[in-house]
Design a protein around this ligand. Sequence first.
Ligand SMILES: [Zn+2]
Length: 247
Amino acid sequence: MRIVPLEIGRLESSARTLTQREGRITLPIPSWLIEHNGQTALFDTGQHAELQHSKDRLGPLAPHFNPDLPADETLTARLEAAQIDPASIDVIVFSHLHFDHSGGTAEIPNARIVVQRDEWDVGHRDDLVERGEYFPHEFDLGHDLELIDGEHDVFGDGRVRCLPTPGHTAGHQSLRVELDSGPVVLTGDCIYLEWMLEQMALPRFSYDAEQQLASMRLLQEHRDTHGCQLLFGHDAAQFGALPAELS
Ligand SMILES: [Zn+2]
């Protein structure tokens, strides 16, 4: 079993929006490839390949984000560099459906999507779609869909499990993976950056701040009492220091 971190480019933005600190920030946009017993899953699909040329598709969000997506960093290019055919991916697990987590979905034609039902529902809410919080035309493309409610065992043997961590969005989830070297939790946007966990610092925007704090505490407990390594959602320092694969 292994996890391969794939960087689907970066987004540059105001730190204030994301962390309530001053200045600008550059975020890696991860998609995590998980291989287990001949099966493959992606945890999130990164940003849309078209963002390498234009950010027009971001609509109301375009003024707030500057994508940096070279041609050799699209999801397809990253998978092919790892010798994986995008058409062979079995499962996409979404932490949540924001554009930088679900933008590459069209590149993965044959996967079954696993997502919390609450997230799928809010991802189609008219008011949220209108203001650019969700782009259903990027993730609702006719894939087989498995809507889940709560914890879920992705491959049926307990080694890859969805952990609900709502707060950043209504149906946010993290993914716990039992590697041979020990357990890992992919936090998604429950925790953007390591220091935000250390300081229990919330981003400026969340769907439910109290719920997000409770979810952050849950993952802290996975780290402190279960010995889990936490891999944060957008932490450039941590992401840049990861090995090519974790096993
Ligand atoms: Zn998000």
